[in-house]
Design a binder for this molecule. Structure first.
Ligand SMILES: [Ca+2]
Length: 369
């Protein structure tokens, strides 16, 4: 009898109520082919989320996660070992004062808070202030004004009259600043380190007269070096209308080692290297390439602005004691030993002025054998 349902064998086999022919034995039962699998839609793998940026250990074998150099002047192979990216936006690694204080200190490696500048480094709080140095503390000594603050892109540091000062003077040391120095340092430098170093910092500033700005490195001991000043500028008044209040002129130098250009005249030297004009209020990238053969090249926005050579030793002596290497960020004001910036300013002159630090990154590379 023909099943009234459907004529397929599969249905017949399952149509217990239909009667009719006995079901075939196991041996003769037809094999139902498995459902094809090729037609199943293939799910694409979930995209791998980008790795979160990290600050890094400072070592090639445990690198940081972050961008490549904006300017890689000497080829490839550099490994990012420190990625200090200031700001609250995407990609930042230093977004709070707490994080800043974890990775930076507010004094130099010799425990001073002024060097010979005419302003004092302010600590964010008592916990980070140098004990026994009467270091000014933000809030207590700054009249409610911030000394450091974060924008989306950067860390802003300010110059702030201290303890209600109305007339500020470098010799009175009554201005505070937001300078900072990395706690991490290289154990050695140049040929003593045996690795090529690339250090890159992006910064801009809107400053008052007699400002003092520097990105530089030095070690735990100093005797006229070793020291590399990627950039140093100050807002001099040399008389006769020759001023640098807005920072349009600067110099770059190697202290104690050999430098190709002594920058006897800042404007002329800048022009010689190809920098005909400079706007300090625009972002610029400063780079140091310090190779394992002790050669030094310094760049501004990828343009070479200094070349030279130095051993990273006490006094830069060829057989000198190896020293460590600190990374220093000075957004200061005045100088007690430089007459052209040892001059008074009213407190109001500091309003609306700031240094802005976008990022600073360190790469290392094993030199080619
Ligand atoms: Ca940034």
């Amino acid at each position: 009898m023909r099943c009234a349902l459907l004529p397929t064998m599969a249905v017949i086999l399952s149509c217990a109520g239909c009667g009719g022919d006995a079901p075939p034995s196991e041996a003769t039962r037809p094999v139902v082919p498995p459902a094809p699998t090729a037609a199943a839609p293939v799910q694409p793998p979930a995209p791998t989320p980008p790795l979160a940026p990290s600050i890094g250990s400072g070592r090639i074998d445990a690198p940081a996660i972050g961008p490549a150099p904006a300017f890689a002047p000497d080829g490839t192979g550099f490994v990012l070992v420190k990625n200090w990216d200031f700001g609250t936006g995407a990609g930042s690694t230093i977004s709070t004062i707490s994080q800043l204080s974890e990775h930076f200190q507010y004094h130099d490696q010799f425990g001073t808070i002024a060097n010979q500048y005419g302003s004092l480094i302010v600590a964010p709080d008592d916990a980070t202030a140098l004990k026994g140095r009467k270091q000014p503390v933000e809030g207590r000594n700054t009249g409610g004004k911030p000394v450091r603050a974060f924008t989306t892109d950067a860390l802003q540091t300010f110059l702030v009259p201290l303890d209600g000062a109305q007339e500020c003077h470098p010799s009175k040391r009554n201005v505070g600043n937001g300078s900072f120095q990395a706690k991490w340092k290289l154990a050695k430098g140049g040929s003593r380190l045996g690795q090529d170093l690339l250090w890159e910092t992006r910064v801009r500033y809107t400053v008052p007269p007699y400002f003092w700005f520097a990105i530089w490195c030095s070690g735990n001991k100093w005797d006229k070096g070793a020291e590399i000043d990627l950039v140093e500028s100050f807002g001099y008044d040399n008389g006769g209308g020759y001023t640098n209040y807005d920072g349009r002129f600067w110099h770059s130098g190697i202290v104690g080692g050999r430098e190709e250009d002594h920058y006897g005249n800042w404007q002329s030297s800048m022009a010689k290297w190809g920098v005909k004009s400079f706007d300090a209020t625009a972002w610029h990238v400063w780079s140091l390439l310090y190779a394992a053969d002790d050669s030094i090249t310094i760049f501004m926005d990828g343009i070479v602005v200094q070349r030279g050579f130095s051993h990273w030793t006490l006094g830069t002596k060829p057989d000198g004691e190896a020293i460590d290497m600190s990374f220093i960020f000075d957004g200061s004001w005045g100088h007690t030993k430089v007459d052209s910036v040892n001059k008074p300013l009213p407190a109001s002159a500091f309003e609306g002025k700031s240094y802005e630090w976008d990022y600073s990154r360190v790469w290392l590379r094993q030199p080619a054998k």
